[in-house]
Ligand binder design. Structure first.
Ligand SMILES: Nc1ncnc2c1ncn2[C@@H]1O[C@H](COP(=O)(O)OP(=O)(O)OP(=O)(O)O)[C@@H](O)[C@H]1O
Length: 425
């Protein structure tokens, strides 16, 4: 039987090649009319977390896109040098740049490339360039080589100022060079395997659904591996500290493992850092059971708030996406960019039991069928913390960590404003 997923062609030197069609970026007409230019990714055979190479070759396939010579958009490329395991720079220079030169032979020279130099570079670019440009009604396309943190820096910057009636949401092409890349994997689960490069030729966009986490006045953003504290932005209307996310707002075990593993020492393990920190949280070195997180959790359905009966928790997480990692499906009912918010919650249990449940999430989200897990669509979430020690009052918003003061709270709602669009393949 013919392999439906194979894309087969003959190169200009007569060689037969067959690639997986999920790896195909584009086929464009070439100057030699009888042949096309075929662009695809080639993955590391042993490790699919390694960024792929790109291949550009002449062959006998039918073009599926036209090269875009002129453009009404202003295109920027952000290379987030500190994301993931620091591969964004080499991926851009070796794999992406030749593809851009081939796809946009005239326009590429006008693309503006920015390399991040610090944790605030994306915020600065947003304040100085992206917001004023978008606010003047100019279409911006941003090719973002980063993880979820890069998207969130952009979104928070754009949301921090009042938009004019001319405002045009910038379009972002996600190139997943972070660690978890939850947003990218949730949009592309099981489809495109080109690390976002197929979207370079797409004109289809969808608004990015965003959540707003508002905090009690003493909440502070933890930075520098949790050693420093910074003020959060204030909500224009309520004056409360606020942080926006597109992926998740969590407390308890999830926030703890993200916070504890955000160090240089852990980061070098890539995606495994989350599993390593989870084990440490679930099997404390002194042999005690995992921590039972104390607080009142309330959920919003339409305009009605309902407190949960339990006052002790192990896992409390509101998410806007299906996958927190490529294979970690936290909310199987969430569709890409559908704007829904789901709650995943469970009460304290043994380390072994928690590992079993987390393992089910790696099997396509089967944990939601387990009786121990509360899984439901919500419109908002509120947590009032009843913990003495600060480390149990840490909240994670898309990888950023906020420590809430004793007796403080966090409230999560869907953000109504649309400030960023995602290019979909
Ligand atoms: N040159 C740099 N120096 C210091 N910090 C940087 C630099 N470049 C990027 N950063 C910061 O590193 C962090 C990387 O976040 P990002 O989410 O992109 O990657 P990640 O955390 O590895 O991935 P994910 O969030 O998908 O798990 C961001 O906070 C960003 O501001």
């Amino acid at each position: 039987m013919e392999d439906q997923t194979a894309f087969t062609f003959k190169t200009d030197s007569g060689e037969e090649r067959s690639i997986n069609s999920k790896d195909l970026i584009a086929v464009i007409p070439s100057s030699d009319e009888s042949l096309s230019t075929i662009i695809y990714v080639q993955h590391d055979e042993k490790d699919d977390t390694v960024p792929p190479n790109t291949v550009i070759v002449k062959g006998d396939a039918e073009p599926n896109v036209q090269p875009q010579d002129t453009s009404d958009e202003e295109t920027h490329i952000i290379v987030s040098t500190g994301s993931g395991t620091n591969k964004a720079k080499s991926f851009y220079e070796q794999a992406l740049r030749p593809v851009l030169e081939t796809l946009f032979p005239k326009g590429y020279t006008n693309f503006l490339t920015h390399y991040t130099e610090s944790a605030t570079t994306i915020q600065e670019l947003t304040n100085d360039i992206f917001f004023p440009t978008a606010n003047a009604g100019i279409t911006l396309r941003i090719i973002l080589l980063a993880g979820d943190g890069g998207v969130i820096d952009l979104a928070n910057g754009l949301l921090s100022r009042r938009t004019s009636s001319d405002y045009k949401a910038p379009q972002v092409v996600l190139v997943p060079l972070g660690t978890a890349n939850a947003l990218y994997h949730s949009i592309n689960a099981g489809k495109d395997n080109t690390w976002g490069l197929r979207a370079l030729t797409s004109t289809r966009t969808k608004p990015l659904p965003i959540l707003s986490a508002t905090f009690s006045p003493g909440a502070r953003l933890l930075t520098n591996e949790g050693n420093d504290e910074e003020e959060l932005s204030k909500d224009g209307e309520s004056g409360q500290p606020i942080l926006h996310g597109a992926v998740v707002c969590s407390w308890a075990m999830h926030a703890t493992l993200v916070a504890d593993s955000d160090t240089t020492a852990y980061r070098k393990y890539g995606i495994d850092r989350f599993k390593m920190a989870a084990k440490e949280a679930l099997y404390p070195a002194d042999g005690s059971p995992p921590h039972a997180y104390r607080g009142t959790v309330s959920v919003l359905h339409a305009s009605r708030w309902t407190p949960l009966i339990e006052e002790e928790h192990m896992y409390v997480l509101a998410t806007m996406v299906s996958n927190l990692e490529k294979l970690f499906c936290i909310s199987p009912n969430s569709e890409p960019l559908d704007g829904s918010m789901a709650l995943v919650q469970f009460a304290p249990m043994s380390g072994d039991e928690a590992m079993r449940i987390m393992g089910l999430a790696y099997q396509g989200g089967k944990h939601v069928e387990d009786l121990a897990v509360r899984y439901e669509e919500i419109d908002g979430l509120k947590i009032e913390f009843k913990e003495k020690e600060g480390r149990w009052r840490r909240v994670c918003v898309d990888g950023k960590i906020v420590k809430v003061e004793e007796g403080g709270w966090v409230g999560v709602r869907k953000e109504e404003r649309r400030v960023l669009d995602v290019v979909v393949g």
